[in-house]
Ligand binder design. Structure first.
Ligand SMILES: NC(=O)c1ccc[n+]([C@@H]2O[C@H](COP(=O)([O-])OP(=O)(O)OC[C@H]3O[C@@H](n4cnc5c(N)ncnc54)[C@H](O)[C@@H]3O)[C@@H](O)[C@H]2O)c1
Length: 362
């Protein structure tokens, strides 16, 4: 590997806007040499984000053939995550793949298998785990300041409407609907904060004029720890617009000695129910006994931090990789179990049996 990691990016769509700044901030360690994007109307934006020198081509396989590409960042539609990862592994390129890792756990397993066989690493860009304010909530939970955690509430609110013909609108393209696509942010965070999920129930709402899969989904989960979790996604709301609005994302955790929350646009906060934990009082102050107080948080975004850690890992530097393919597989499994629960009207206990995607689109 060259001194600077030479990265190829597969896909030049919307989320490049979050990845490009990450690579530019890590420019002392890496350089993006090529981007594959079939839609030429997007090429000018790619150059704007990454500079005039970046090599542009139309298909991801062209980047995999470039000998001067050391590793690839896959930001393609979900139905291409598995074939592109397998092809990258076979070309000997380590992979960073955007969430959601794949459309189901069977596809995740093929990706893990291919990367392990080729001896290349597989990392999933679940950016929330790397975000300063989300990390601050993890530190609160791990500190024990909340006592025994018994309840989690995680919400995701957005207005997602893609034009007719977009991969996002099809079940095959996205891997189901809003739950697999984006509630996996919340599922992944829940697993990161609170450990593994034991069982789930789920209900969904399909609004066919917007997309084939569900636009709204609600999951109730029992954690292996015994705690209860409630997760919801609503892809048809403008709830967080304007000053008087609600939130885009919320995580609220309740324990026997305190509670804490992260709210997007606001930050991370903690409230202590009693003064029995001297370390917690010292860290958050006595004001935390009276009401929620802000928790000191890093200012970085999740994508930037994830990309920096990935590049450090590729260079053999000490790196904090929190989202290996093996780790994140479990997040996809919870979402798939939720779909099974909705289909059968039953509570589904994990693990589930991996099944191939029935109608592959690629
Ligand atoms: N972490 C987040 O908050 C977040 C937000 C948005 C999207 N995402 C994820 O980013 C990924 C991409 O989403 P997006 O919003 O950028 O979608 P997008 O549709 O805007 O971009 C995907 C791009 O891939 C290109 N493409 C299709 N086939 C290709 C091929 N064979 N070779 C090369 N390029 C090809 C398309 O032309 C398109 O420009 C998804 O996994 C999505 O879930 C994450």
């Amino acid at each position: 590997m060259a001194d600077k990691v030479r990265v190829g990016i597969l896909g030049g769509g919307g989320i490049l806007g979050a990845h490009a700044p990450g690579f530019l901030k890590a420019a002392d360690r890496c350089t993006v040499v090529a981007v594959a994007e079939p839609d030429e109307s997007r090429h000018a934006r790619v150059r704007q984000l990454l500079g005039e020198e970046v090599r542009l081509c139309r298909d991801y396989r062209e980047v995999l053939e470039m000998p001067d590409v050391d590793a690839v960042d896959i930001i393609l539609p979900h139905f291409i995550h598995m074939p592109a990862t397998i092809a990258a592994a076979e070309a000997g390129k380590p992979v960073l793949v955007e969430k959601v890792m794949a459309r189901n756990v069977w596809e995740c397993d093929r990706m893990i298998e291919a990367c392990e066989k080729a001896g290349v690493s597989l990392t999933v860009c679940h950016d929330r785990r790397y975000h300063g304010q989300w990390m601050a909530l993890k530190e609160v939970v791990d500190s024990g300041a909340l006592g025994e955690v018994f309840y989690w509430k995680l919400e995701h609110n957005q207005n997602v409407l893609f034009p007719e013909g977009s991969w996002v609108r099809t079940r095959d393209g996205i891997g189901g609907g809003a739950i697999m696509s984006c509630l996996t942010h919340q599922i992944d965070s829940l697993r990161y904060y609170g450990g593994e999920v034991k069982s789930v129930t789920c209900m969904t709402q399909v609004l066919p004029e917007r997309m084939e899969g569900e636009t709204v989904g609600v999951i109730a989960a029992r954690m292996a720890s015994g705690a209860l979790a409630q997760l919801s996604i609503n892809w048809f709301t403008r709830s967080h617009r304007a000053d008087q609005g609600l939130w885009y994302e919320l995580v609220h955790v309740c324990g026997t000695r305190g509670e804490a929350y992260y709210q997007s646009g606001k930050g991370t906060f903690v409230l202590l129910h009693d003064d029995s934990n001297a370390a917690a009082i010292e860290r958050y102050g006595r004001a935390a006994l009276e009401g929620f107080v802000p928790v000191p948080s890093g200012e970085w975004t999740g994508h930037e931090r994830c990309i920096l850690e990935w590049v450090k890992h590729l260079r053999g530097e000490e790196a904090r990789i929190l989202t290996s393919g093996r780790e994140v597989r479990g997040t996809v499994e919870v979402a798939e179990a939720a779909y099974l629960a909705e289909e059968t009207g039953q509570t589904v206990t994990l693990p589930i049996e991996p099944r191939p995607w029935p109608a592959a689109s690629q």
